[in-house]
Design a binder for this molecule. Structure first.
Ligand code: ADP
Ligand code: MG
Ligand code: ZN
Length: 615
């Protein structure tokens, strides 16, 4: 729809340009004699003095002179502006001296010229303005500018979204099932004296399925569903947004029971005032006020439920969240592992999966991904299968899709020297070996030395067995040990160390610093926090040294503790890896050949090693 609107707008601006050009030409023609040549006053007086002039007509603002004809030519006309506030008696005397016939003329524009001169341009302008407006605001049907742009959601069976299409957000779904029930059987609730909720606000990060849930409510409830986006209200004309809100509620009341859905509510619902109070958009504020007025205005038996979605609830105006408005807030959060599996199942319904694909494993490998990411992941996997010319999607396709999304595309054609490859293999092998040997480390899912476009030359993917909210001291220490494993393996197996461990070292030091400064896990410094946390949550964001609330001396102590902690883990990693050096070498050997090792292959290697060691 956007595209159509845009095209029509350009169309009418062509009209406008033509009209303007026409008006300009008209104006020029009416007010000037096109054949008269405009000359400076001095040239005109010189012509008179030289006796070249035959006739002069003095007008209120200009002097027109007809030059004497030379030969058979038509007499030439010249025109000069009169000098403002200068007495022209001398000029007249000169004219008399030269015997030029002259006359004065008070400009009297004929009535039709007057009308053409200003009424016509105005009329044209108004006409084209009107056309432009009508075209710009033409949404659904013949509407004028103050009409709401709400789309009545089509209840076309084939495209209908149902709750079955939404997965992984069970609590939100349960709440909305209730809302649908309100609308389907209002009497049931009224009989008990219960009020139907007025506003339901879906809150959650982008891509978690808020819009999808709203569509599902539309599909399930069977009542008219007005869907529009917050930005539809915000137009360039003051007052339009408010008018649209009024119109929307007017229409809704006529058709009740209905659901009104406002997506991206933050576009209009942003809080008024605040630090940018002077710069606030007056228009938006009017729209918001109108929305509040309307929400209060309809009485309790009008079966209208207003749903809205936002991913920035914190910036919404407090008035919107007051009781009687969006008083029901439904959290649509990023899915956990079970939720991700369910979403993957929904999206792979139409995809033929190979028997080796376990959506469970895919779900475990994608922590942090939301519904929209998972939908595109399935699609990427299907595309990868199509590229292979296969008609089923295999585990490898999923692996590729995940890698694509998580680590960037495989840089095909990028060549690594054998030396580099060996180094990367040892580095990754070191991480893997440390992880395999430590009790609290997450199991290793895959090691690869295929370079990806984002930074990493290789990767060791560890698979968390469960979502983590708390971590113990030992778990954190194991984590640091695994991070250092890469560097340690390089130290042991290569003649020199490389820059490849930079990220590992940063993460290890940061984790150590957090253990000491934030989690009180150092014996020397005790259960005290140092410095203000700068990240939003646990294990996120570095420890801020800007707001240091500790002494210089404590600062030195913290540094020493961090150093000690990292050194201890480095020594531990060195011990673990050098004890199992043959396993590391075997692992690297396989890795250099196959480039990627999966969990089963790793387990085989470890089993073979332990058997040999036991003999
Ligand atoms: P939001 O409005 O929260 O930003 P959307 O509803 O627009 O997210 O989600 C975009 C797409 O992602 C949906 O069309 C759907 O294909 C997929 N998606 C998102 N969340 C889910 C979910 N919970 N279940 C199934 N698919 C989902
Ligand atoms: Mg959305
Ligand atoms: Zn590393």
């Amino acid at each position: 729809m956007q595209g159509v609107r845009k095209r029509q707008f350009t169309f009418s601006s062509v009209y406008l340009a033509v009209a303007l050009a026409f008006m300009f030409a008209l104006h020029f023609y009416v007010l000037n004699h096109p054949e008269a040549k405009s000359v400076p006053y001095s040239e005109l007086t010189a012509d008179v003095r030289e006796g070249k002039v035959a006739k002069v007509e003095i007008r209120s603002d200009s002097i027109m002179a007809e030059l004497k004809a030379e030969g058979k030519e038509k007499p030439k006309l010249v025109v000069a502006s009169r000098l403002p506030n200068v007495d022209e008696r001398d000029f007249v005397t000169e004219l008399e001296k030269q015997g030029v016939s002259f006359e004065g003329r008070i400009d009297k524009v004929p009535w039709w010229e007057q009308i053409l001169g200003w009424v016509l341009p105005l009329a044209l302008l108004a006409g084209f303005w009107g056309i432009a407006m009508r075209r710009m605001t033409k949404g659904v049907g013949p509407m004028t500018i103050g009409k709401s742009q709400a789309k009545i959601y089509d209840l076309d069976e084939s495209k209908r979204v149902t709750f079955a299409d939404v997965a992984g957000v069970d609590e939100a779904k349960a709440e909305l099932v209730e809302v649908v029930d309100f609308l389907k059987h209002p009497q049931k609730y009224r009989k008990l004296g219960a009020k139907i909720p007025r506003g339901v606000l879906l809150v959650g990060p982008p891509g978690t399925g808020k819009t999808l849930l709203a569509k599902a409510v539309a599909g399930e409830s069977g009542v008219p569903f007005f869907s529009l986006s917050g930005s539809d209200f915000v137009e360039m004309f003051v007052g339009v947004g408010a008018a649209r809100v009024r119109d929307l509620f007017q229409q809704a009341k006529e058709r009740s029971p209905v659901i009104i859905f406002i997506d991206e509510l933050d576009a209009i619902g942003r809080s008024r005032g605040g630090p940018r109070a002077f710069a606030t958009n007056d228009e938006r504020e009017q729209t918001l006020n109108q929305l509040l007025v309307q929400m209060d205005g309809f009485d309790a038996d009008a079966d209208i439920i207003i749903m809205a979605a936002t991913n920035r609830p914190e910036i919404l105006d407090k008035a919107l969240l007051r009781a009687g408005r969006f008083d029901r807030r439904v959290l649509v959060d990023a899915p956990g592992v079970a939720g991700r599996k369910a979403i993957l199942e929904v999206h792979s319904r139409k995809v033929k999966l190979d028997t080796d694909v376990s959506l469970e494993v895919v779900a475990r490998r994608t922590p942090g991904m939301v519904g929209a990411d998972l939908a595109s992941l399935v699609n990427e996997a299907a595309l990868a299968a199509a590229r292979r010319g296969s008609d089923t999607v295999s585990k490898a396709d999923f692996d590729e899709a995940i890698d694509r999304q998580q680590l960037g595309l495989i840089k095909r054609g990028r060549v690594m020297s054998d030396d580099e490859k060996r180094r990367v293999a040892y580095h990754e092998g070191g991480h893997a070996l440390a992880a395999l040997s430590l009790k609290h480390a997450d199991p290793v899912h895959r090691i690869t030395i295929i370079p990806r476009s984002i930074g990493a030359l290789g990767a060791t993917l560890q698979l968390p067995t469960e979502e983590r909210y708390l971590m113990t001291r030992e778990e954190l220490l194991d984590r640091i040990c695994v991070m250092l494993g890469g560097r340690v393996a390089e130290e042991l197996a290569c003649s020199d160390i490389s820059t490849g461990a930079q990220n590992d070292l940063e993460r290890a030091s940061e984790t150590a610093r957090q253990m000491i400064c934030r989690f009180g896990m150092s014996e020397a410094l005790g259960p005290v926090t140092y410095g203000a946390p700068s990240g939003p949550s646990f294990l996120e964001g570095p420890v801020s040294l800007v707001d240091r609330n500790f002494s210089e001396q404590t600062g030195q102590q913290i540094d020493a503790e961090v150093r000690k902690l990292v050194d201890e883990q480095h020594a531990r990693a060195t011990r673990i890896i050098s004890e199992r050096r043959p396993l590391l070498d075997a692992l690297v050997g396989r890795l250099l050949v196959e480039e990627t090792l999966d969990q089963p292959a790793l387990e085989d290697l470890v089993a073979a090693y332990t058997k040999k060691a036991a003999e």
